[in-house]
Design a protein around this ligand. Structure first.
Ligand code: DC
Length: 240
């Protein structure tokens, strides 16, 4: 096995900046980046469009279970910076899956065991050839318990809501801080208390609380850890 191609599992709470961090790490290492939340979001968008989940989050589980094997979720790279967009049955749904409408439902859909099995299959295939950074909620605990490097990211709910609000407003949204904070707290609760693969720190995951850290500080922190553990770090040119 190529020792420089490992699996990096990044789990943690909503809006802790997992995907921005994971994307940068993947770019520095020349790895594939997989946004596992986007897959759950695409399934949720599909379910909502088909009428399998309503505004009150009541789910027609049998219908969704029958339909799920026909859903095709793929990613297409949008540029050299490692960014990719999500496609559902060939249609770009990147914008649609980031709306509050989907955010309010996704934890309910992702708590269903058959949905998790469907997504896990996709993820394990994507990780087969290693050299991958995946961010999610159960990557280090359930999907790749043998990942060579596991991080668990957290930050205060206030800080996370502020970051999420900024992101949504930059995309033209007009959500209120209270609405976003409520959504984050609700998702924390559902994600940590669901029966199947709840969000929890794997015993061998390294905790990263980035409430007061910039992304550059986080990269330097991780580079130090990687150089200690592996024969390489994030900044190739610095390796002796
Ligand atoms: O990372 P995100 O906020 O886009 O994820 C959306 C939801 O998907 C999140 O509330 C929980 C769920 N999820 C999960 O259960 N397991 C994962 N590996 C990734 C996301």
């Amino acid at each position: 096995m190529d020792k420089s191609r490992i699996i990096i599992a990044i789990d943690g709470y909503s809006s802790t900046g997992k995907s921005s961090f994971a994307k940068l790490i993947a770019r520095k290492l020349g790895y594939i980046y997989v946004d596992t939340g986007a897959i759950y979001r695409a399934v949720t968008y599909f379910a909502y469009n088909c009428g399998f989940i309503d505004r009150k989050c009541r789910i027609k589980e049998e219908w969704l279970e029958k339909a799920i094997s026909n859903i095709q979720i793929t990613f297409r790279q949008t540029g050299p910076d490692g960014r990719s967009e999500t496609y559902l049955n060939g249609t770009n749904v990147e914008k649609q899956i980031r709306t509050m409408e989907v955010s309010n439902k996704v934890s309910h859909i992702s708590a269903l065991p058959f949905v998790r099995r469907y997504v896990d299959d996709i993820l394990r295939k994507l990780g087969e050839s290693r050299g991958v950074v995946m961010d999610g909620r159960d990557i280090g605990t359930a999907v790749f318990p043998d990942a060579e490097l596991k991080l668990f990211m957290t930050a205060s709910a206030q800080v996370r809501a502020e970051r999420r609000l900024k992101e949504l407003h930059e995309k033209g949204g007009n959500e209120s801080f209270e609405e976003v904070l409520k959504n984050i707290e609700e998702r924390d609760h559902i994600d940590t208390t669901r029966k199947t693969a709840p969000l929890t720190q794997a015993p061998d995951a390294i905790l990263l609380d980035n409430s007061n850290m910039t992304i550059d500080e986080q990269l330097v922190w991780l580079d130090g850890i990687m150089k200690e553990r592996f024969s390489f770090g994030l900044f190739g040119e610095e390796i002796a």
